[in-house]
Design a protein around this ligand. Structure first.
Ligand SMILES: Nc1ncnc2c1ncn2[C@@H]1O[C@H](COP(=O)(O)OP(=O)(O)OP(=O)(O)O)[C@@H](O)[C@H]1O
Ligand SMILES: [Mg+2]
Length: 210
């Protein structure tokens, strides 16, 4: 469980997109599973983008949007198999979406929609999942449930979770490793490290370069 933090505009989303291979680095290189990114490695990575102005007018039901998570695996124009639908049903159950399965996504609340995006990313059955501010629209109770679910998937299936969070308490409670960036890596360590608070204060309050 890796947490990424940093001020607005510090490059967190850019970093995730670079890991995914959506953006090519101008310098340096990105290794995933020890190798440069290929189409094959992309299949093994799930991505839940930052919530912003996603077209919810798109006329689809919750289960259809979740099932799109299987397309990269199955191929865009292939029919989903019974096994695909089993996986889709399981992730909808895990993300507490089963009751909303037939609801048009345009009618969902922000938090419900965020859970649909998580379910879609999980439907790919990735080995690494990249989450960009995944709990920004969730209430307190749902946030805890959401983070507990990720922790469970991490412990049960060894899913690597790399998540951007603005909530520093969540970072401390739910990660094994924290990386704080501001264009470059400013601090990296464990949530228990004694100098974490001081580093966060420096990066978020005293630095004047951004
Ligand atoms: N496609 C792009 N082309 C040029 N500049 C970009 C592009 N996308 C982002 N940027 C710039 O790169 C910087 C980092 O953006 P990024 O979205 O990675 O920040 P962030 O850390 O995710 O911020 P936030 O906390 O607000 O989500 C910003 O200055 C942003 O304006
Ligand atoms: Mg961002």
């Amino acid at each position: 469980m890796v947490g990424i933090c940093g001020p607005n505009g510090s490059g967190k989303t850019t970093l995730l997109k670079t890991i995914l291979g959506l953006i090519k680095p101008t310098e340096g290189k990105v290794l995933v599973f020890g190798k440069p990114i290929t189409k094959d490695t992309q299949m093994r990575i799930g991505y839940m983008p930052q919530l912003k102005g996603y077209s919810k007018e798109f006329p689809a039901k919750v289960k259809d949007v979740v099932s799109m998570g299987r397309y990269p695996i199955r191929g865009l124009f292939k029919r989903l198999t019974r096994k695909d639908w089993e996986i889709i049903e399981r992730v909808m159950n895990d993300t507490q979406l089963s009751e909303l399965a037939d609801r048009p996504i345009g009618q969902l609340s922000g938090g419900q929609f965020q859970r649909v995006m998580l379910a879609q990313a999980l439907a790919k059955q990735p080995e690494i999942i990249l989450l960009d501010e995944p709990t920004s629209a969730l209430d307190f109770r749902m946030t805890i449930k959401f983070m507990d679910l990720l922790k469970e998937l991490n412990e049960k299936y060894g899913l690597t979770v790399i998540a951007v969070h603005h909530d520093l308490q969540l970072l401390k409670d739910y990660t094994d490793r924290i990386i704080c960036i501001d264009k470059a890596v400013e601090w990296e360590g464990n949530p228990q490290d004694a100098d974490l608070d001081e580093a966060l204060l420096r990066i978020f309050f005293y630095k004047t370069t951004h």
